[in-house]
Design a protein around this ligand. Structure first.
Ligand code: AP5
Ligand code: ZN
Ligand code: ZN
Length: 213
């Protein structure tokens, strides 16, 4: 399966991705995770991306299209993939379609994590992450057994630099202005499935499974 997960910051894309990935043996390509790794490693890509990310603005289309083009060549992505946080502009969507056309494939489904903006601040400001595995916790909705410690590895959890109420405002603005048109773009192709992303995580998983069955 070739899937796109689209939705505003905190809508649950990263939470549902590992579940879908394991169930359908897909590779999980999250541009945000890849960019954060590049920033942490201070690579040339990371240096270019950092300023926009800290402000909650989108990184340039060329940079992210380049990362995805490279990542999709991995053998593990040949059977199928989950794109989490990409494409985020209509230009990115068009470039992706071109890439897939060359391989003779196309996107099967776009899962739209529909949710009201009002719920997202609490989700974002309570988020804790285990960077190595991508596991996500929430201080209230999904707390780790020991505060700030990963359940599985015992390693420390971190909070994202852009997970403040202030930066969330620009991230939401970018979503409505630049990413909602991507949903329209794929709606016209008839591949969008609407999810109720405001439900508890297990219910969202059930909706995802229904959409993919
Ligand atoms: P990115 O990392 O993609 O961030 P985002 O889109 O803002 O999405 P989030 O990761 O914040 O949300 P999520 O839906 O994954 O939420 P999660 O499941 O973790 O991008 C970061 C930055 O990178 C961008 O701002 C941009 O600068 C750059 N970038 C990335 N891709 C780009 C692109 N294609 N083009 C240009 N720039 C790009 O859940 C959040 C919290 O809620 C967690 O704590 C979780 O436990 C909790 N939670 C999840 N689901 C539920 C539920 N159902 N009920 C209760 N709590 C829940
Ligand atoms: Zn995410
Ligand atoms: Zn909107």
């Amino acid at each position: 399966k070739r899937l796109i997960l689209v939705g505003p910051p905190g809508s649950g894309k990263g939470t549902q991705s590992p579940i879908i990935k394991d169930e359908y043996c897909l590779c999980h390509l999250a541009t945000g995770d890849m960019l954060r790794a590049a920033v942490a490693a201070k690579t040339p890509l990371g240096v270019k991306a950092k300023e926009a990310m800290d402000k909650g603005e989108l990184v340039s289309d060329d940079l992210v299209v380049g990362i995805i083009d490279e990542a999709m060549k991995k053998p593990s992505c040949q059977k199928g993939f989950i794109l989490d946080g990409f494409p985020r502009t209509v230009v990115q969507a068009q470039k992706l379609d071109e890439m897939l056309e060359k391989q003779g494939t196309k996107i099967d489904k776009v899962l739209n994590f529909a949710i009201d903006d009002a719920i997202l601040e609490e989700r974002i400001t309570g988020r804790w992450i285990h960077p190595a595995s991508g596991r996500t916790y929430h201080s209230k909705f999904a707390p780790p057994k020991v505060p700030a410690i990963d359940d599985v590895t015992g390693e420390p959890l971190i909070q994202r630099k852009d997970d403040t109420a202030e930066v969330l405002k620009s991230r939401l603005e970018a979503f409505h202005r630049q990413t909602e048109p991507v949903i329209d773009y794929y709606s016209k192709k008839g591949v969008v499935v609407q999810l109720h992303a405001d439900k508890p995580p297990k219910d969202v998983t059930t909706e995802v499974q229904k959409a993919l069955s």
